[in-house]
Design a protein around this ligand. Sequence first.
Ligand code: NAP
Length: 262
Amino acid sequence: MTTIPSVLVTGASTGIGAAYAERFARRGHDLVLVARDIARMEALAARLRQENGVAIDIIQADLTKADELATVETRLRDDARIGILVNNAGTAIGGSFIEQGTDDVARLVALNTTAVLRLASAIAPRLAKAGEGAIVNIGSVVGLAPEFGMTVYGATKAFVLFLSQGLSLELGPKGVYVQAVLPATTRTEIWDHVGADVNALSNVMEVGDLVDAALVGFDRREAVTIPPLPDAGQWDAFQAARQAMLPNYRNELPAERYRTSA
Ligand SMILES: NC(=O)c1ccc[n+]([C@@H]2O[C@H](COP(=O)([O-])OP(=O)(O)OC[C@H]3O[C@@H](n4cnc5c(N)ncnc54)[C@H](OP(=O)(O)O)[C@@H]3O)[C@@H](O)[C@H]2O)c1
């Protein structure tokens, strides 16, 4: 791995991924951009090469298609220059669960979870062997809140959070940093895809602010970064409450309240 590793960013054609690409290019990292819209990535790459003098490769891939996803996996496995993976590509769909089509939710799960998992799995052994590198997974606060009414999307983001926390525990001691970033409402095109007018929403974070904050968490090596949450102590208390239950799960007998009387 070079001193300044290359960064592979998925979903780099627009939104949060494009902002990550810009920020890492400014920091002097070479990039590999991945998404479906090649024209947008070429325009971004041309600008970032000119502004920052970095090398940028582009892989056009639909990450819901196994063969195209495999191309990105192979690149992550084989290209030792890539030391940081930003697992950002993701989408959302509108409607309630019974309104959403079965194929549509399955495709959502494929992009938001399977692709994230396969790409992390492709790069992790190499990073662990090198004893350095980072995997950044973009989750969402929706993954903490079934109350927000985006059930399948939230379930995929709960997966991303759990995967990130588990990988952080597994890979951290091997020198690999794993970060989950949990944005809330951020001004990107994702809202067009769910059929919502982002300009009609309140408390919308600008994408540059979101990514700059996420990178503060990255530089601090935070396991979980929630840019919009004002009081970090609330997250710490939530983790402490979860961890307090851990010693109580292993029991020979069901809890008293579930025992049927003889
Ligand atoms: N914006 C928010 O309010 C918000 C809040 C919480 C979390 N997030 C998360 O942040 C991440 C980025 O979202 P965003 O808001 O930046 O959304 P966005 O503006 O819609 O951008 C999504 C990116 O993913 C790519 N993408 C979509 N489908 C793909 C596919 N099948 N294969 C490969 N690439 C694909 C898109 O590029 P192409 O169309 O060119 O493929 C685009 O570059 C997502 O994981 C999202 O869930 C967003």
